[in-house]
Design a protein around this ligand. Structure first.
Ligand code: AMP
Length: 212
């Protein structure tokens, strides 16, 4: 199965995409995670992406498309994948369509949440260096400030600061939201899911609409 998770930053795409990928036994491919790993490793890509990400702007299409194409060419992605955070522009959507050719996508999950709730969520978000994600109120770790999975200290991402989040929302509305129309006009089934509520219930709603 080849699925996209669409929706604004902070909608819970990452959390739910991980759960759905585990359910289906296919890789969760998150371009934001890959870029943060490149920044942390200090690679050439990471150096190019670092400042852009800190401002909440988009990394250039060429770089992200090349990175994504390499990733989906790996053997674990042969039977399917969930894309989270890609495509984020029409140019990326077109590049993906060209790369996949006849192997069409099976659907897109669109997780919707209002802007004020997004800001509340993102400002309470905490992550560990291995990119496990928590929320101080909605999804706290067992021990405050420590990742349940690997015991690492939790921190706030630089681009989760409120003024950066506002810019990320603007960028989302201008550059990414048009993909909903792009895909629906091409006949891809978009599954809208309400991103408000209990994480297990949202996971169940996604599984139900995808019939998995
Ligand atoms: P995310 O973790 O998906 O919120 O992504 C964090 C940041 O990484 C974004 O604000 C962008 O700067 C960058 N990024 C992630 N995915 C893409 C993409 N597909 N195209 C361009 N920039 C991206």
């Amino acid at each position: 199965m080849k699925l996209l998770f669409l929706g604004p930053p902070g909608a819970g795409k990452g959390t739910q995409a991980v759960r759905t990928a585990e359910r289906l036994g296919i890789p969760h491919i998150a371009t934001g995670n890959m870029l943060r790993e490149a920044v942390a490793a200090g690679t050439e890509l990471g150096l190019l992406a670092k400042e852009v990400m800190a401002r909440g702007d988009l990394v250039s299409d060429d770089l992200v498309i090349a990175m994504l194409e390499d990733r989906i060419a790996r053997p674990d992605a042969a039977t399917g994948f969930i894309l989270d955070g890609f495509p984020r522009t029409i140019a990326q959507g077109e590049a993906l369509a060209e790369r996949l050719g006849d192997e069409a996508l099976d659907g897109a999950v669109y997780i919707g949440v209002e802007d004020d709730e997004i800001v509340r969520r993102i400002s309470g978000r905490r992550t560990c260096p291995n990119q496990h994600v928590y929320h101080v109120d909605d999804n706290p770790p067992e021990v405050s400030g420590i990742c349940d999975v690997d015991g690492e200290a939790l921190v706030q991402r630089d681009d989760d600061a409120e003024h950066v989040v506002r810019n990320r929302l603007l960028v989302y509305r201008e550059q990414t939201e048009p993909l909903v129309e792009f895909y629906s006009s091409r006949g891809l089934r978009i599954h809208p899911v309400n991103g408000l509520g209990d994480l297990d219930e949202i996971e169940a709603a996604i599984a139900a609409t995808l019939d998995i």
